[in-house]
Write a protein that binds this ligand. Structure first.
Ligand SMILES: [Zn+2]
Length: 351
């Protein structure tokens, strides 16, 4: 007889009690813990490797409810984006966290094709983006409760996204500056509840540091530890709140690196290093291709910067800058390999 561990057995019993005995759903609930979920399935965190933790392939800024199907042509997007991902592999990058939520252009089938063809390990997400005046929030997000929203997002984790079997590797939200509105507080409560059942990290596009601290507060009320939170776009904060959030255990995502803001990054990373907080920091570019135009079908256009520069600046400027300012190879590895693996490992972070 094959032995199963007590934990494994209890997990299965819990899954049955929770009504989630749906074949692969049981797999997700039990086998994903301690691993990282990519669009091609779970991997061991030690295989994540050098990772860009906040990037995009296609985004569509048309607005939720306006387009019934992806407006971009999947083949065209594939042809345009693939060479850039292959080039990333050539630079030693192994993993790529794709942060486009549903209703703003998420296309998991495209991501799967790109992962297969490029050899990059790609993560996708579940959750809703409430920033930009709620333009990308579906109607039901206003009327449903936090638990109802959580049930929708958890279903993507349990069953896969849109019938593809592709699972999210994290939860992605977006909120405005300042204290959270009631609507956005509800999004956080929903995310927290999904986190406690799944162990998926919660990455939040945050208007400013005040929003980030309020996120820590709401997650705390839901018993989720700050280490479950990735503060997306922390580079927009002047600095002090980055230190505070990192001290409290949140991930500070400096994800808008470009040649132009090298000085700003040097200052932030210097301060975080001095405060011995490099173990809470993530780095990326936040590049994307947007679908242009209002019609049912748009053409793809590369975001400002031009095709030559997509996903390059971290390798061309940031890593050399760090070496020039006497960051050790161990510190650079921490920022680009160790931290991403820790941040995106599927694990419940409970207070
Ligand atoms: Zn982004």
């Amino acid at each position: 007889m094959k032995l199963i561990s007590r934990r494994r057995f209890l997990g299965a019993a819990g899954a049955i009690a929770g009504g989630m005995l749906t074949g692969r759903g049981v797999f997700a609930a039990q086998e994903a813990e301690g691993r990282i979920m990519t669009v091609l399935g779970p991997i061991d965190p030690k295989d994540l490797g050098l990772t860009l933790t906040h990037e995009h392939c296609v985004v569509d800024f048309l607005g939720a409810e306006k387009a019934t199907a992806p407006r971009h042509n999947g083949d065209e997007a594939f042809q345009i984006i693939l060479p850039h991902l292959k080039a990333l592999r050539g630079r030693g990058c192994r993993s790529f966290v794709e942060c486009t939520p549903k209703y703003i252009g998420r296309d998991v089938r495209l991501l799967r094709r790109l992962a297969q063809a490029s050899g990059l390990q790609i993560l996708t997400n579940t959750g809703y983006y409430g920033a930009a005046g709620n333009k990308f929030m579906p109607k039901h997000a206003y009327s449903e409760s936090a638990d109802e929203l959580a049930a929708r997002w958890f279903a993507e984790w349990r069953d896969g996204i849109e019938g593809t079997g592709i699972r999210p590797g994290f939860i992605k939200l977006g909120v405005e500056k300042g204290k959270l509105s009631d609507l956005h507080t509800k999004l956080l409560r929903a995310a927290a509840r999904v986190h406690l059942k799944s162990g998926l990290a919660i990455a939040i596009h945050s208007g400013d540091g005040e929003a980030a601290l309020d996120e820590i507060r709401v997650l705390g009320e839901e018993r989720v530890a700050p280490s479950g939170l990735i503060w997306v776009h922390a580079q927009n904060d002047p600095g002090p709140i980055q230190i505070e959030a990192a001290k409290r255990g949140a991930w500070v995502s400096l994800d808008g690196f470009s040649e132009k803001n090298r000085g700003r990054y040097a200052k932030f990373l210097g301060s975080l290093r001095e405060a011995k907080l490099l173990h809470r920091v993530l780095l990326s570019h936040d590049h994307f291709w947007s679908v242009e135009g209002e019609g049912e079908r748009g053409g793809l256009k590369l975001h400002s910067g031009g095709a030559e520069t997509a996903f390059v600046a971290v390798f061309q400027h940031l890593l050399p800058d760090l070496r020039a300012s006497a960051f050790s190879e161990e510190e650079i590895r921490q920022l680009t390999v160790t931290n991403p693996a820790e941040a995106f490992t599927v694990r419940v972070r409970k207070l």
